[in-house]
Ligand binder design. Structure first.
Ligand code: PHE
Length: 336
């Protein structure tokens, strides 16, 4: 072949490549081998490079590159249509789909619900208070009217992280009541959100979960006010027609005590889910914090955030909150 013929070959091939349409994956593969294979035409063209005079080399090199690029593009676009290698396996993702450059995050449902709870109580004059997750015996138990040998201490299956003096992962947010009352005098109106820990693990109990504690201490606080406040809360949270019930209960730090349940439907059948404990602050608890129980009374409540989120979003297994499956977590949007 003379120089003229050599220079024309890449142009002819380019035309052939442009005109080529593979019918199926096998034909595409034959095309790939013919042009791009180890003994393919592109290799052959490149080899002819040395037979050309210097002044033509640059132009020729550009033409060969254009051939190579055109062939590679044909193969790539063909594979998008027919699937990967030799058509044996189809691509299961649509590789031509544009990427989403930004994946805006979303807040975890537990954070969303906690903030909603805080907002609802802030609206009626409560302020947020906080306490540590590692607690001493006094704040988690003793000051809450559970003396060392009190049988009610068995109610808590606790993670101890040190014995004598005892340090525990707090089993509830109630110690924040004590910490706050030790530093502030009535009137007191706080809510305390946070993580709590118990030795417990099944579809409705997690070893780590979240509570929001409430405490109101002033003169002449009554049980009626407690009920009314909680009605206000559940109606805003679940809607005006929410059905609730109070059951008499026992907590060492409240007297009298109650538990509040919310009705939900399971296949047309009515079920109750417990969402919080509550009651009038026990006079001994006030005394432990140097507050005069003859002058002041108060109420307290502690609710499970997961339970509320499960009811609100109709989630069956508490453990889904902690699996960090983005498909689950990103479904939730703030109501606000
Ligand atoms: N601390 C209790 C619990 O974790 C809930 C509670 C709080 C009950 C305040 C009464 C008053 O179960």
């Amino acid at each position: 072949m003379n120089s003229d013929e050599l220079m024309k070959r890449p142009l002819e091939m380019l035309e052939e490549i442009r005109a080529f349409e593979a019918k199926d994956a096998e034909e595409l593969e034959r095309f790939r081998v013919r042009f791009l294979g180890a003994k393919g035409l592109v290799k052959e063209l490149s080899a002819a490079f040395r037979d050309l005079p210097g002044e033509l080399k640059k132009e020729y090199g550009q033409r060969v590159n254009a051939v190579k690029k055109a062939a590679e593009e044909k193969v790539a676009s063909g594979r998008l249509r027919f699937g990967e290698k030799k058509g044996k396996k189809k691509a299961d993702a649509d590789l031509s789909r544009p990427v989403q450059a930004f994946q805006p995050g979303s807040r975890h449902p537990i954070s969303l619900i906690t903030d909603e709870i805080i907002d609802l109580f802030r609206n009626i004059g409560f302020n947020v208070a906080e306490g540590p997750e590692i607690e001493d015996d006094w704040h988690n138990f003793t000051a809450l009217n559970l003396p060392p040998e009190h049988p009610a201490r068995d109610m808590q299956d606790t993670f101890f992280i040190q014995r004598d003096p005892d340090l525990v992962l707090r089993t509830h947010t109630s110690p924040v009541q004590i910490r706050y009352m030790e530093k502030h005098k009535p009137p007191i109106r706080i809510i305390a959100p946070g993580r709590v820990y118990r030795v417990d693990n099944d579809s409705t109990h997690s070893p780590v979960f979240h509570q929001v504690e409430g405490l109101y201490v002033a003169e002449n606080v009554s049980f009626a006010e407690l009920k009314q406040t909680l009605y206000y809360f559940v109606q805003r949270m679940f809607g005006e027609d929410v059905e609730v019930r109070f059951r008499p209960s026992f907590f060492p730090f409240t007297e009298p005590s109650a538990e509040m349940d919310i009705a939900w439907k399971k296949g047309g059948e009515k079920k109750w889910m417990e969402i919080m404990g509550c009651g009038m602050v026990d006079p001994n608890v006030l005394k432990n914090c140097d507050i005069d129980p003859d002058r002041y009374t108060g109420y307290a409540f502690g609710m499970g955030v997961e339970r509320i989120a499960m009811l609100k979003y109709k989630i069956r297994d508490i453990r889904t909150f902690y699996e960090n499956d983005i498909r689950f977590i990103s479904q939730f949007k703030s109501a606000r």
